[in-house]
Design a protein around this ligand. Structure first.
Ligand code: NAI
Length: 331
């Protein structure tokens, strides 16, 4: 199939080109995002392959249909950036990569926790300047702390396993309890209890309309003073302005984010020579207890291989008229 690959970077080309040798699709890579301005580029393609910050609203999807595109292949797990209802109305199938490497994201959440807690990023810089002082580097033991997980799906469970290995008490909030998580020694509590008991909170649920700004001013008030909040899921699960206020009030003790509400204007680009217009991220970067990475939770060799393989296999299945294992349908 002729596939337009949007938001593509050197690593996308490397992994997709390599794995495509055994599929033989015609892949055309575009650097830019797919949105209303760029959708004209899709004329003559059978499918589009898109990522987290491509913007597939009703207008874009209708244009895709007119251009003859019949498949949207998301090379990520989340699908909040695609209007699934309109895609279904237009008869365009949507597939995703549901679980390429839950461990990749879970391990990155742990990396954020450890760096924020033990301040390794600051220690690294200090030691390179011959500053061997330990002032202000105090951390805390994770052993016996309560670690709270929102969403005990693939990533949440991989994260729970690691935290249980640290000897933490693991609690979770999820409207759909999972037996495997309970078997490994975790427990479920109500959302209010979850907020009140957790020393560290890590978000691992998808972004849907019901949990937009799940962590807002009210949630911050119910959290333990000085708690740590980690988000490797989707930016809009947290109300950023409320997080800034909670940090200023010292209610929130630490914030580690791999995702950000307005990330589509920033992430995956080198903006080092430019003025950042987004005042919220600029403010966040001034806090000593905030650590931001630019959506790299998925970014391991194993995950990139799996993403390329699953995406190209779904495209193949679509072309052959086979059942689509990873189809996403409107709820
Ligand atoms: P999954 O589908 O295996 O699990 C999601 C879990 O969240 C399920 O147990 C579900 O019951 C639960 N859930 C649904 N709605 C909820 C709500 N309102 N409150 C609490 N829990 C809720 O998904 P998986 O693979 O674990 O991924 C989770 C999220 O991680 C994805 O939706 C995506 O947004 C994010 N992600 C981030 C990546 C990164 O690079 N930072 C990479 C991959 C995924």
């Amino acid at each position: 199939m002729r596939v337009a690959v949007f938001s593509s970077k050197s690593y996308d080309r490397q992994y997709f080109d390599s794995i495509n040798q055994s599929f033989g699709h015609e892949l055309v890579f575009f650097d830019g995002q797919l949105n209303q301005d760029t959708v004209k580029l899709t004329e003559g393609f059978d499918a589009v392959c898109v990522f987290v910050n491509d913007h597939l609203d009703a207008e874009v999807i209708k244009a895709l249909k007119q251009h003859g595109v019949s498949l949207i292949a998301l090379r990520c797990a989340g699908f909040n950036n695609v209007d699934l209802d309109v895609a279904a109305q237009e008869g365009i199938k949507v597939v995703r990569v549901p679980a390429y490497s839950p461990e990749a994201v879970a391990e990155h959440a742990v990396a954020l926790i450890l760096a924020l807690n033990r301040k390794t990023h600051k220690a690294y810089n200090r030691v390179r300047e011959n500053n061997f002082s330990l002032e202000n580097l105090t951390g805390f033991n994770l052993y016996k702390k309560t670690v709270g997980i929102v969403g005990t799906g693939g990533i949440g469970r991989a994260f729970a396993r690691i935290m249980l290995g640290f000897g933490a008490n693991v609690i979770a909030f999820d409207p759909y309890p999972n037996e495997e998580y309970l078997q490994m020694g975790g427990s479920y509590v109500s959302f209010d209890e979850f907020l009140a008991q957790s020393d560290v909170i890590s978000l691992h649920c998808p972004l849907v309309a019901e949990n937009h700004h799940l962590i807002d001013v009210e949630a911050f008030k119910k959290m333990k003073k000085g708690a740590m909040l980690i988000n490797t899921s989707r930016g809009a699960l947290i109300n950023t302005k409320d997080a800034i206020e909670a940090l200023k009030k010292r209610q929130l003790g630490y914030l580690g984010i791999d995702v950000y509400e307005q990330e589509e204007h920033l992430f995956f680009q080198d903006l080092s020579g430019q003025i950042i217009e987004d005042d919220d991220i600029a403010r966040l970067m001034t806090f000593p207890n905030v650590l931001i990475t630019a959506h790299q939770g998925f970014f391991t060799h194993e995950a990139l291989e799996e993403i390329a393989h699953t995406t190209l296999e779904s495209i193949e299945d679509f072309e052959q008229g086979n059942a689509l294992k990873h189809e996403v349908r409107p709820v």
